[in-house]
Design a protein around this ligand. Structure first.
Ligand SMILES: [Fe+2]
Ligand SMILES: [Fe+2]
Length: 352
């Protein structure tokens, strides 16, 4: 059982608690002795940690992804909480409460399942409907509503996959109304299918991990294969089967990001953009939970940039666009307008 979650610890707190070991590194101090640089997690977040004085054997025996009982003390390093570990012992898998270590979607399993079923029912095109209903059988639907959409980067929660897809369905409905060129049922079917195969790509233990099948094939190829298989089984129109397959194959945009082909129909353009947007905004939301000392995040490799989130965080004290600053800015704007008015009057007097 856990005592406190990672987000509840403060500098000075003594620690005797269970965490998943997320990352391990062994390094040298300036004096040449070895130390461990570690990352622990539970369902609420992560804690970075150090263990001074270690051995190569201790490092080799540590298993990433396993739960450890850790004793130590929290201190502060560069404005962030850091756990100094005195000792750690691996916990037997049977003694672990998985729900303590995996973050959950903001929506319950029942809510997600009900909404996915409603979206499936809303597809009126017979061919897309047949394919989707064949793929979303009871077993797959159950997994779809429990799995994460990403291992680390976005919607990395129990139920995150369905939450992400339902968020995209809302955007897809908006664009299907806005642009008459779009085939709504193809767009919605592609949206439901685009990350469907993550239920085969990931596995859930005390963390989200790739399966061997996932590593070998990836969700795009598996999803495409499932559509072809379903299309054949339910005897769907061949062209529609391949159009739906194209939605899955192209949704990452370019080969550089894992798509073997680029979007080539209007529906796949929309899917690529709404998927990317949902991923980026969800990343921002997750990063807001971190302790941002000056409003800036660390370098985000997936986005190839740092983000400024100081202004999106209502608790952040040093907002450069605080209401006080906004007041000053609007006073400056008023002065500028007055000055421009006076210049205009002078110009019209002298007909410049
Ligand atoms: Fe994807
Ligand atoms: Fe996605």
């Amino acid at each position: 059982m856990k005592n406190l979650f990672t987000t509840e610890y403060k500098p000075g707190d003594k620690v005797l608690d269970q965490f998943v070991l997320k990352r391990k590194e062994i390094r040298n101090t300036k004096s040449g002795s070895l130390f461990l640089s570690l990352n622990f997690s539970d369902r609420e977040g992560e804690l970075s940690a150090k263990k001074w004085e270690t051995t190569q054997i201790e490092f080799d025996n540590l298993e990433e992804g396993k739960v450890y009982e850790v004793s130590g003390e929290c201190d502060s390093y560069q404005g962030k909480i850091q756990l100094v570990v005195y000792s750690m012992k691996k916990i037997n898998d049977l003694e672990i409460r998985v729900e303590d270590f995996l973050p959950q979607s903001q929506f319950s399993f029942e809510e997600l399942k009900k909404r996915i079923l409603e979206v499936l029912e809303s597809i009126k095109d017979e061919d897309y409907s047949k394919i989707l209903k064949f793929i979303f059988d009871d077993k797959n639907l159950e997994k779809f509503c429990k799995f994460p959409a990403g291992k680390i980067l976005h919607h990395s929660t129990i139920g995150g996959l369905a939450e992400h897809v339902l968020s995209l369905v809302e955007s897809a409905e908006f664009y299907a109304k806005k642009y008459k060129i779009l085939n709504r049922d193809l767009l919605i079917s592609g949206t439901l299918m685009h990350d469907f195969a993550k239920i085969f790509e990931y596995q859930i233990s005390t963390s989200f991990e790739f399966t061997t099948i996932g590593k070998l094939s990836g969700h795009i190829s598996i999803g495409f294969a499932k559509i072809l298989e379903a299309g054949k089984y339910v005897e769907a129109n061949e062209e529609k089967t391949f159009l739906l397959g194209h939605m899955v194959l192209s949704h990452h945009g370019t080969p550089e990001f894992g798509s073997p082909i680029k979007p080539q129909i209007p529906e796949s353009f929309v899917l690529m953009h709404i998927d990317d947007l949902d991923f980026q905004i969800n990343m921002c939301e997750s990063l807001l939970k971190e302790n941002l000392t000056d409003g800036w995040t660390e370098w985000i490799r997936a986005l190839d940039r740092k983000l400024y989130l100081g202004n999106s965080n209502s608790n952040f004290k040093n907002k450069i666009f605080s209401s006080e600053n906004q007041e000053k800015n609007s006073k400056l704007e008023t002065l500028k307008i007055k000055k421009n008015d006076e210049e205009d009057k002078l110009n019209s007097l002298f007909n410049i």
